[in-house]
Ligand binder design. Structure first.
Ligand code: FPP
Length: 247
């Protein structure tokens, strides 16, 4: 099975058997900008537009869950200007999303430690989550100050605290119990994880949840990622044989 996409064939998607949960590492914004002699922040701006387009399209075609990696626990190492620019784009997006929620009816969740974000951004995340929680159909999970290892450590600590307080028992711990301590607690594991930009690694994204996910890599940079690229990824996914460790 090809690891990378084969763009010579048109995407043939079976819309009756879509993956329930698609997750995307939105990578390549910086390189997209550099190729055009623009600052990296310009790439993030276009990347945010791409996210809007893909999230709207995900709902249109009937995906149940879309998770995107917007800011990792490691991304704080970037320049202050770049971090500020990404936070500004998130604020702009959340304000617009709140304004259009009744029209879009997309449920929004956030995975990650939001406490390191500005109080304003934390409040916007909370408001978005609250307003949209009654919507059904498509849930978008924005991973913000998210790291897979950090998520697992937090879950372990929370479980240990519950054990110490008598709310949980060590002998009851299994995968399902542990999953309930993760940011993704009520969300099924991703069926398909897409990484654009030619990089072939997981970068601390949904480490626990990706145990049996199918990966799809493409050289397309995130700002150029189109609805057709999403369909292509789904078409490749649909040709894979998922055995979950069986035969
Ligand atoms: C990775 O590309 C991208 C990021 C770290 C930021 C992603 C943020 C957005 C798309 C904008 C805000 C998001 C929302 C949900 C509105 P990179 O900078 O590492 O690219 P490079 O590898 O080419 O340098």
């Amino acid at each position: 099975m090809a690891l990378f996409s084969n763009k010579s064939r048109p995407a043939q998607v079976d819309f009756d058997h879509l993956p329930r949960h698609v997750a995307i590492i939105m990578d390549g914004n910086g390189r997209w900008a550099r190729k055009r002699g623009l600052p990296r922040t310009a790439g993030h701006g276009v990347g945010a537009e791409t996210f809007r387009t893909i999230a709207t399209y995900a709902k249109e075609i009937g995906l149940e869950y879309l998770s995107v990696y917007a800011f990792s626990t490691e991304n704080w190492k970037r320049s202050q200007d770049e971090v500020q620019a990404i936070m500004g784009l998130l604020k702009k997006y959340l304000l617009e999303a709140i304004g259009q929620m009744e029209r879009d009816r997309v449920k929004m969740e956030f995975f990650g430690d939001l406490s390191r974000l500005s109080p304003e951004l934390q409040e916007l995340c909370q408001r978005t989550r609250e307003i949209s929680k009654r919507y059904e159909g498509c849930q978008v999970n924005i991973c913000l100050n998210y790291g897979g290892r950090d998520e697992i450590l937090r879950a372990a600590r929370a479980w240990q605290e519950d054990c110490a307080a008598g709310r949980a028992r060590p002998e009851d711990l299994d995968e399902s119990v542990f999953s309930g301590y993760l940011f993704s607690k009520s969300v099924p594991d991703p069926d398909l994880i897409i990484r654009p930009s030619g990089e072939v690694r997981t970068s601390n994204f949904l480490l626990w949840q990706s145990a049996y996910s199918e990966y799809y890599f493409t050289d397309v940079l995130w700002p150029d990622f189109s609805k057709n690229d999403l369909l292509e990824a789904i078409a490749v996914y649909q040709k894979r044989s998922r055995r979950f460790g069986g035969v």
